[in-house]
Structures are given as structure tokens and as C-alpha cells.
Design a protein around this ligand. Structure first.
Ligand code: HSE
Length: 433
């Protein structure tokens, strides 16, 4: 048997503690599978006194994770602190500069600095592994980087934020308000420390930025992602979606278009019969369309201690077994510069819900503005006004395929016509099987 693999772990929250417990509990099995034993020799966390359910004998304690990464006698560094900058980034850079491979679950760090870090790793003859950074326990990184390596990917998309999917599912199934569902998601520990990261779409965007690079061999470009969160989705939209044969999900999508790569995170109406529409609650799912394989869908737990630890453990085992592919699939220097397709060029169908003042000419203004912008309507429904006289009537439109630019221009003109009470609601429709 080869010499043991000595690990340093920084960050012993739910995931870190789970990883350490698994390494203790499954030590014989892991050693048998990778041909060497795996031992944690150094740890660092915020609070030294807490019992985390594993034996810390023989592990050197560091108050400072950066010092651990810089000085500890280790063969691999596991970063489970989180955050795009600060000590997590410093500690990862310190390990890489020593030529020590890094295993991390830190999506924000990779989304913001992935290219620099992959380059630093390659310059030092090692790589970064990050299976746990996207969709928790779902093995999507290895699938894209290794199993699909001979494919050309045309689109990658999915439900990448469990908190949003949990909220939308409960609003739909139980008719609960957005705020009540968010409070439950926080209580159950799904949400990020700052829940605006989840509901604003930023957590999903971090994950998408990484998937896009793997899908298209491009440099990571978080700043090119169009991001819209779920906080404006109402029970009325969810009910209208159901009537129209759709469900509303926070979708993250990256696809190749004629004008470049389109990356977007936003609430989308997806066909109620599609596979992705069946993904409920905190579950995540990622779909990949590629030339040889067609469409695949991976679904499973996107968060949680044991599931995320499963992904971290698989990376640790890859390091132990000497199987360490390039961080982002290609050597960092060969990743292509990112070419962004503008969101205004996005093509698709749209759902629009208007609150229209119940007066002569209001409906004509809608029809005119749609026609002026060459938007063809698939359906239009006006419900009865809420009171006699000049009340407001909900009008729901579904368009045929058009462009984002046309929709924005039509909605702007409608606002200026003065027949609306309140902001129009617009939700993109995603064409899925
Ligand atoms: N807050 C994240 C989610 C957890 O809700 O999916 C994992 O990134």
C-alpha cells in the first residue's frame, strides 16, 4: 500500500463535520478502494471547543486556516469555509502555492476567481476539485468533465437552488405566501446565511457560471449572467401557470447561440409534463443536451451534510488515487475567452400578466403595442374587473416565440399608454421536453 494521504480540513460546519465523520467511520473501506489510507492530520474552525462527532486525536489544531494551508504537513487541503474572498481565498491560494491540491465546496470562490485559481493550480502542477460546489451531492462536475468529454454540449440547465424550489413548490401545493415559505426554508437550514443569495438568484448564478465553463470550455464569466430572482412571483402567476399547462421554477440556463453564450437565471414557466417540472422541494436537477448523448437529467439532493460530504469525499478519493483532471476540464490556459450573447437577443415565448384599467381603448392599446413589436400572441385572457366602474381587470397573454428586446419595448410602450395599474409581470417560457 502507498503512503497515507494526509488531509488538512478548514471549516467544520455541517459539511466539514460530516466529511471528518465519514473518513473516521469508513476508513477501511476508503483505504481498500484507493489503495492507501486517508487520515486527517490538521483541522481549523471557528470554535475549538465544540464536539463535532469525530475523534480529533492526532489532528493538529489551527486557529487560522491560512496558517494551516501554509504550514501543516498535509498532502491535500480541503476548504469548507465558504465565501468568495477573505480567508477562504487566502487559504486556497496558500495551499496551491505550495503545490498542494485543493478540494472545495466553495461555489462563490470559483465563480468569482475560478480562472485565476485554476491557473495558479496549473502553474504549481496541481488542480482544484470541486464536485460539491454545484448541486451538492449530484455528481454533475465529474459527469460533465469526464463522462461527457467527447460530447459537444449545446445547453446546460437546471434547478440549482433548493431554497427557491422549496418555496415555489410549497406556494404551488399549499397556496402559502412567499414569506411564510422562506421562513420555513431558513428554519430547515436550506437557505444561505443571507437568503437574498438564494431568492435573488445569485447562488444559482454561481453554480451556473461553473457549469457554463465546463460545458463550453470557456473562461468563467459570472458577470455575464442575466439574473432575476423569485421574489416577484405571486400566487396568481402560479395559478395561471397551472391553467396554461406550466409550472414555475427558478431556472439556470446556459446555451450556445449564434451571437455567443447566453447565461441566465430567472423564474421560468416550464411545461408541466417535462421531467424538470417533476423536481419538487429542495431537490436539485441538472440537464445537459449534447450531440452524442442527447439529453440527460441528473436529480438529487442539492444541499445537506451527508449528500454534500459524499461529493467532497469523492474528490478526496480522486486525489488519494492520483486521478486529478484539469480543474475546469481543459488546461486553464486553453479555456476560450467568453463571448456573451446579450439578453435582449434572447428568443422564446413569454407570459405577461397585466392589471388593466377597465376602460375603452385599454385592450386596443395592448393589441397595438404587441403588433407594433411584431409579437404574435398564442393566447389572451381577460378576466372580469374587480369592481364596477373603472376597476382593474387582469389580462394574461402568452406569446409565440419573440425576442426579449421586442417584449421590453412593448411593455415600455404599454406603461406609457397609461392604461395599466401597477407593473406588468413577465415570465419567460422555457421550451423543454
Ligand atoms: N442555499 C443553497 C440552496 C444550498 O438552497 O440550494 C446549497 O448551495
Amino acid at each position: 500500500m502507498k503512503t497515507e494521504l494526509r488531509l488538512g480540513i478548514a471549516g467544520l460546519g455541517t459539511v466539514g463535520a460530516n466529511v471528518a465523520q465519514l473518513i473516521e467511520r469508513k476508513s477501511d473501506l476508503l483505504a481498500e478502494r484507493v489503495g492507501r489510507s486517508i487520515r486527517i492530520t490538521a483541522i481549523s474552525a471557528r470554535d475549538r471547543s465544540r464536539n463535532r462527532g469525530f475523534d480529533t486525536d492526532g489532528m493538529r489544531w489551527f486557529d487560522d486556516p491560512v496558517a494551516l494551508a501554509r504550514e501543516a504537513e498535509i498532502d491535500a487541503f480541503v476548504e469548507l469555509i465558504g465565501g468568495s474572498d477573505g480567508i477562504a481565498r487566502e487559504a486556497v491560494e496558500a495551499a496551491l502555492k505550495r503545490g498542494i491540491p485543493v478540494v472545495t465546496a466553495n461555489k462563490a470562490l470559483l465563480a468569482h476567481h475560478g480562472l485565476e485559481l485554476a491557473t495558479l493550480a496549473a502553474d504549481n502542477g496541481i488542480e482544484i476539485l470541486f464536485e460539491a460546489a454545484v448541486a451538492g451531492g449530484i455528481p454533475i462536475i465529474k459527469t460533465m468533465r469526464e463522462a461527457l468529454s467527447g460530447n459537444e454540449v449545446s445547453r446546460v440547465y437546471g434547478i440549482l437552488n433548493g431554497t427557491c424550489n422549496y418555496i415555489l413548490t410549497r406556494m404551488e401545493k399549499e397556496g402559502l405566501t412567499f414569506d411564510a415559505c422562506l421562513a420555513d426554508a431558513q428554519m430547515l437550514g436550506y437557505a444561505e446565511a443571507d437568503p437574498t443569495f438564494d431568492i435573488g438568484g445569485f447562488d444559482a448564478a454561481h453554480k451556473l457560471a461553473i457549469l457554463t465553463s465546463l460545458a463550453f470550455g470557456s473562461q468563467i464569466s459570472l458577470e455575464s449572467i442575466f439574473i432575476e430572482g423569485i421574489s416577484k412571483i405571486t400566487i396568481e402567476d402560479i395559478a395561471a401557470a397551472a391553467e396554461l399547462g406550466y409550472r414555475i421554477k427558478l431556472l439556470a440556463v446556459a446555451l450556445k447561440t449564434d451571437s455567443g453564450i447566453e447565461q441566465r437565471v430567472h423564474p421560468a414557466m416550464i411545461p408541466a409534463r417535462s421531467s424538470l417540472a417533476q423536481v419538487d422541494g429542495v431537490t436539485n436537477a441538472v440537464a445537459v443536451d449534447s450531440d452524442l448523448l442527447g439529453s440527460i437529467l441528473l436529480a438529487g439532493p442539492g444541499a445537506g451534510g451527508a449528500a454534500t460530504a459524499s461529493a467532497v469525499l469523492s474528490d478526496i478519493m480522486d486525489v488519494a488515487g492520483g486521478f486529478v483532471p484539469p480543474t475546469l476540464g481543459l488546461p486553464a490556459a486553453r479555456l476560450q475567452p467568453y463571448h456573451r450573447a446579450r439578453m435582449r437577443a434572447h428568443e422564446g415565448g413569454y407570459y405577461i400578466r397585466l392589471s388593466v384599467l377597465d376602460r375603452v381603448g385599454a385592450f386596443a392599446s395592448i393589441a397595438n403595442r404587441m403588433a407594433e413589436n411584431a409579437i404574435s400572441l398564442e393566447s389572451i385572457v381577460q378576466r372580469k374587473a374587480d369592481r364596477k366602474g373603472e376597476g382593474t381587470a387582469p389580462v394574461i397573454l402568452v406569446t409565440h416565440e419573440t425576442t426579449e428586446a421586442a417584449i421590453r419595448s412593448a411593455l415600455e410602450a404599454l406603461r406609457n399608454d397609461g392604461h395599466l395599474s401597477g407593473e406588468p409581470q413577465m415570465i419567460r417560457i422555457e421550451d423543454l421536453d
